[in-house]
Design a protein around this ligand. Structure first.
Ligand SMILES: [Zn+2]
Length: 66
């Protein structure tokens, strides 16, 4: 991926994600209608990864629950 239009050409449109009204994270996808963080719009329960998939402070960069 370069610096120009291929990588940044679509960055001027409306934000794909907005603040989720259930978890408050900026992970609610507007067009898909679902939150990537808590699963709002997909599940009635808060998305909770299993203990094996959950990010813990000592096991590097998995990106959830930091
Ligand atoms: Zn959410």
């Amino acid at each position: 991926m370069g610096k120009g239009t291929p990588s940044k050409g679509k960055k001027n449109k409306a934000a794909s994600h907005k603040t989720c009204r259930r978890c408050g994270h900026h992970s609610y996808h507007r067009s898909k209608g679902e939150c990537a963080y808590c699963g709002f719009g997909v599940t009635a329960k808060i998305r909770q990864p299993g203990w094996r998939n959950r990010c813990r402070p000592f096991d590097g960069n998995k990106g959830f629950y930091r």
